[in-house]
Design a protein around this ligand. Structure first.
Ligand code: CA
Length: 228
């Protein structure tokens, strides 16, 4: 599972196509067809990257971009503007709003994926790097292997997804609901206590003797990848 991407675009056919192509690449995709709602949903969903249409019927892409960039919590959120305009002055204007990149419609999907990956690599290495670490914890994503120091840890598929998700934002606390939403497939009904079961298994596996205990429980809030 890769990064979470939010699309704000009023043309349903573009959303459908972009969503399809991103999901094929393993991205988790959310979208909105209008600006006001899009901005609200972005703040709620906290995506890793936003694809933002320039011309929207209500709040424009530029206004959304500006609103996000002046919010301390979202000022580093990578944004790619999608637009039908392609004159240079518009490009400059787009980049002055704080957008990180720019794609003129129609764009090829190979181009879109390449830009998304490049921007994610730049802004959030922990999402896209092949090898990520937290202290002596190491995840090799190409080999799908987890280590504490030099010791390889054997994890089930759900525990692997959990640790790979946590390491994208070390020390950040996630509620059980957030973990369910991000790790389990959305159409399967899972109870929140299932999360506890998998967290317990994950802890048992990664907290080997002579290592710091990882995965902190934050009472009435959830779990974090942190020293316990
Ligand atoms: Ca539009």
């Amino acid at each position: 599972m890769k990064a979470k991407i939010f699309i704000v675009e009023d043309e349903p056919s573009i959303v459908t196509l972009v969503k399809y192509n991103l999901e094929k690449e393993d991205f988790k995709v959310f979208f909105s067809h209008n600006g006001e709602e899009g901005l609200k949903e972005i703040k709620k969903n906290e995506p890793d990257l936003v694809l933002l249409d320039w011309m929207l019927p209500d709040l424009s892409g530029i206004e959304i971009c500006k609103a996000l960039k002046k919010d301390p919590k979202f000022k580093n959120l990578p944004i790619i503007m999608l637009t039908a305009k392609n004159q240079d002055e518009d490009k400059v204007l787009g980049l002055n709003t704080g957008a990180d990149d720019y794609l003129s419609k129609p764009f090829s999907h190979t181009e879109l994926i390449a830009r998304v990956n490049a921007l994610l690599r730049r802004s959030k290495p922990s999402i896209s790097e092949d090898v990520v670490t937290f202290g002596d914890l190491k995840i090799d994503r190409l080999q799908r292997k987890v280590f504490r120091g030099v010791v390889e840890i054997d994890l089930g598929p759900t525990e692997y997804k959990l640790i790979d998700f946590f390491i994208k934002n070390p020390t950040r606390v996630y509620s059980r609901e957030q973990l369910l939403e991000n790790i389990w497939t959305s159409n399967v009904y899972v109870e929140t206590r299932t999360v506890d079961v998998h967290i317990r298994r994950l802890r048992q596996a990664i907290n080997i003797p002579d290592t710091k205990k990882l995965i902190r429980t934050v009472r009435s809030a959830g779990y974090a990848l942190d020293n316990d």
